[in-house]
Write a protein that binds this ligand. Structure first.
Ligand code: 3SL
Length: 233
């Protein structure tokens, strides 16, 4: 039987063997939600990068430079990390070089995986259907915040585990914990997350609408995955 596990922080990746697994990387607020949005609006590809300098260099090669540090758009970059910046026509057919505080680092730490897909609430059903039909066991990698666990990525993991519970057995207790948390949060996720650390951070930056948007379930029917180092739809 295929199994499912949840890595609650990228700093715990050394505990997991991923070369035979499909890894789902998730950073609900906001990196993977923004990636899904950009690809749903026609971006050609996203090059995930861990560091700023490489991203700047790609800018000189015609890429759109995108990303943030501590939630704030990087000085000199074309775009930040709000999904609302990736809905216009100017994104269509473009290559994006993207670096964020946690999301792109989580992708980097997952690079030994058999395959990597990108998850968010915005494309929840596409992720679940793909995992259901696929032949690999699954690891959901929560981006967290600078190595610490966060609530919103854990809730996404819980939602996936919940939908697949009759088909994929849990590998340890993290999937069970995530599922129980999700069942508590499900009736009102916004309220459940209102005291969470990153929501407070985003509120200080005045970007509450990003928070609301990123909790929208199944806004897009796409499944971004990594091919030759690029995220494509
Ligand atoms: O850490 C990340 O990858 C970001 O998503 C954080 S933020 O939402 O832009 O603050």
């Amino acid at each position: 039987m295929k199994t499912i596990d949840v890595c609650l922080s990228p700093d715990l990746m050394h505990l997991y063997q991923v070369n035979n697994r499909t890894v789902v990387v998730v950073d609900i607020l906001r990196a993977t939600s923004t990636m899904v949005t950009a690809l749903a609006h026609g971006a050609e590809s996203i090059l995930p990068l861990a560091d700023l300098e490489n991203c700047r260099k790609k800018g000189m090669m015609g890429y759109i430079t995108s990303g943030e540090r501590d939630g704030v758009k990087v000085e000199g970059f074309d775009k930040g990390n709000s999904p609302f910046e990736y809905m216009d026509k100017d994104i269509r057919g473009k290559k994006i070089a993207f670096t964020t505080t946690n999301g792109t680092q989580a992708i980097e730490k997952s690079k030994e995986a058999k395959e990597i897909i990108i998850g968010s609430f915005l494309n929840l059903s596409s992720v679940v259907n793909y995992l259901l039909l696929g032949e690999n066991s699954v690891l959901i990698v929560c981006a967290g915040w600078k190595g610490r666990v966060n609530l919103e990525d854990t809730l996404f993991a819980g939602a996936v585990v919940d939908k697949l519970k009759d088909y994929l057995g849990p590998d340890c207790d993290a999937p069970l914990a995530a599922r129980h948390l999700y069942s508590m949060a499900k009736p009102d996720m916004q309220k459940f997350l209102s005291e969470s650390s990153h929501v407070k951070r985003l509120n200080k930056l005045n970007i509450h609408k990003d928070f609301e948007f990123c909790l929208t379930i199944d806004k897009y029917k796409i499944l971004p995955r990594i091919k030759n180092g690029l995220i494509v739809a």
